[in-house]
Design a protein around this ligand. Structure first.
Ligand SMILES: [Zn+2]
Ligand SMILES: [Zn+2]
Length: 267
C-alpha cells in the first residue's frame, strides 16, 4: 500500500513537471535555450562564478570549469564553435594549454559539434560515457527520442542540430569515476542511454547536461528524451545531492540554493 502511494506520488510529480514543461515551452524555439534565430550571432562568454564560465552559442552552450590544475570543458558547443572556445580558454586560462579535459554530457550534436575542431588545437583528452562514446564517434546515430505530443513542433525545428560531426573519444567514463580536477561522473540515463551529470562536491556545482533545463526561471526536466520514466528517476537521484549551482545544457544556470529548486521539481 505504501509502495503504491509512493508510486502515485512519483507519478503526480512527473505530471506536474510535464505540465510546467509544456507551459513554459509551447512550440517556441526560444524555449530552453533554443534561441529564436538559428543564424550565427557569435558566442557570449558569461562569468557565472569565479571558477565557472558559461559559453553560450546561438544553439546550445557549454561550460569552462577552473580547478587548481587548469580548465575542464563540459560539452563542446555546436559545430563551428571551436575557435571561439579556443579564445575563451585563452582569456580565462592564459593559454590554450590550460585546457586539460574535455567531457561531453551526451552524444547530441549541440553538445559534441565542435569536438573535432577542438582536437586541432588541444591535446586534452575527450571523455564520454561508455554507452555514448560510439554515438560521439559516429559509429551509431543518436537514438531517436520518444516525443511527447507538445514537443513535436519544437523538435522539427531543431532536429538537424542533434547529430554532430563525429569525433573520436579518448577514454570512456562510468558512474562514480572522478575526473582529473575533481568532477564526479554520475550516470543519469533517460535523455539518452549514456547521459551523464558532473558533480563537484567542494563547490557544490552540478552540470546536468540535458537531463534538466531552465526556462523563465524555472528548473524543468529536459526535452526530447529517449525514456521519460528513466529521466525522472535520474532527476530524483540528482535531487538528493547537496547542490548550490546548477548548470544546464539549455537555459540559464541557477547560482544559489539550486538544491531547493531541484527538490521542488520532484516533491
Ligand atoms: Zn540532448
Ligand atoms: Zn542539448
Amino acid at each position: 500500500m505504501r509502495a503504491q502511494d509512493a508510486g502515485r506520488r512519483a507519478q503526480d510529480a512527473d505530471m506536474r513537471a510535464q505540465d510546467a514543461g509544456r507551459r513554459s515551452l509551447g512550440a517556441d524555439t526560444a524555449a530552453v535555450g533554443w534561441r529564436g534565430s538559428l543564424a550565427s550571432r557569435g558566442m557570449d562568454l558569461i562569468a557565472v562564478t569565479p571558477r565557472l564560465h558559461l559559453l553560450r552559442f546561438d544553439v546550445g552552450q557549454c561550460y569552462l570549469w577552473r580547478d587548481d590544475h587548469g580548465l575542464t570543458l563540459v560539452d563542446s558547443g555546436p559545430r563551428g564553435s571551436g575557435d571561439e572556445i579556443a579564445d575563451a580558454v585563452e582569456r580565462i586560462g592564459g593559454s590554450r594549454a590550460a585546457l586539460h579535459t574535455v567531457v561531453v554530457t551526451h552524444g547530441h550534436g549541440d553538445h559534441t559539434g565542435s569536438l573535432a575542431e577542438i582536437r586541432r588545437w588541444s591535446d586534452a583528452p575527450v571523455l564520454a560515457h561508455e554507452l555514448e562514446a560510439d554515438c560521439v564517434g559516429g559509429d551509431r546515430a543518436p537514438s531517436p527520442p520518444v516525443l511527447e505530443e507538445w514537443e513535436r513542433p519544437l523538435y522539427a525545428r531543431v532536429e538537424e542540430h542533434l547529430a554532430g560531426p563525429p569525433a573520436p573519444v579518448d577514454a570512456t567514463v562510468a558512474h562514480g569515476d572522478v575526473l582529473y580536477g575533481g568532477l564526479r561522473v554520475l550516470h543519469v540515463p533517460g535523455h539518452t542511454e549514456g547521459s551523464i551529470a558532473l558533480y563537484e562536491p567542494d563547490h557544490r556545482v552540478l552540470f546536468t547536461g540535458d537531463t534538466l533545463a531552465e526556462h523563465d526561471g524555472a528548473v524543468i526536466p529536459g526535452v526530447f528524451n529517449r525514456d521519460r520514466t528513466e529521466l525522472m528517476r535520474s532527476i530524483r537521484a540528482l535531487s538528493e545531492l547537496d547542490v548550490e549551482t546548477l548548470c544546464f545544457g539549455h537555459g540559464d544556470p541557477v547560482v544559489r540554493a539550486a538544491g531547493a529548486a531541484l527538490r521542488r521539481l520532484v516533491a
